[in-house]
Design a protein around this ligand. Structure first.
Ligand code: FE2
Length: 192
């Protein structure tokens, strides 16, 4: 039985699907179809880039190295144009985050840094680990998304269940646990 709970944030801008038994691909497609109907249509909120971005991260579907400690997180979703309906084929998502001890890597190994590209349906997927809290910041993931037909979006995602005081609720990510991993879906809308 498909059990999906939808949480709408900022008047339907962002849909986070929490599912006990839906597959990742099913969840992504549910999100995409629901997002396309969401009103009003607003771009995903931007957040500061911060001081820890490195521009030359390689393309990779798994951004943590083999054997790294932490809870595995499988992220997927769709990137839409500013009409909230047109999927952006070939959008590039650049991700960077700390590890499970709260440390950024600045080596040429680009640990927990990487780029993925959307497919013809605007979909992306990558694997990482859940980042730790560091300093005064709640756990978060940085993203920079670009496409020739859209404005660059630099933002951050936060995680449900933490003290996210003060962060935009439209950027809080939910997910479902399955076999020790977390599967999360998040759609983005790029502005012009
Ligand atoms: Fe950060």
């Amino acid at each position: 039985m498909l059990h999906v709970a939808r949480i709408r944030a900022l008047a339907g801008l962002t849909l986070v699907l929490l599912s006990a038994c839906a597959g990742v691909r099913d969840t992504a497609e549910e999100t995409a179809s629901a997002q396309a109907l969401a009103e009003p249509c607003l771009a995903t909120p931007a957040e500061p880039e911060g001081a820890n971005y490195l521009p030359d991260a390689p393309f990779k579907d798994v951004i943590y190295p083999p054997g790294m400690r932490g809870v595995r997180l499988v992220m997927s979703g769709t990137i839409f144009a500013d009409d909230c309906r047109t999927p952006l084929d070939g959008a590039i998502m650049d991700v960077w985050q700390v590890d499970a001890q709260g440390h950024y890597d600045f080596s040429d190994r680009f640990v927990l840094r990487g780029k993925v590209r959307t497919d013809e349906r605007g979909r992306y997927q990558f694997e990482t680990i859940v980042p730790a809290q560091y300093g005064s910041r709640p756990p978060h993931m940085h993203l920079k998304i670009s496409h020739p037909d859209a404005a660059i979006l630099t933002t951050q995602l936060y995680f449900l269940g933490n003290d996210n005081g003060g962060v935009n609720p439209a950027l809080v990510l939910g997910g479902r646990r399955d076999d020790g991993a977390i599967y999360a879906t998040f759609d983005f809308v790029l502005g012009r």
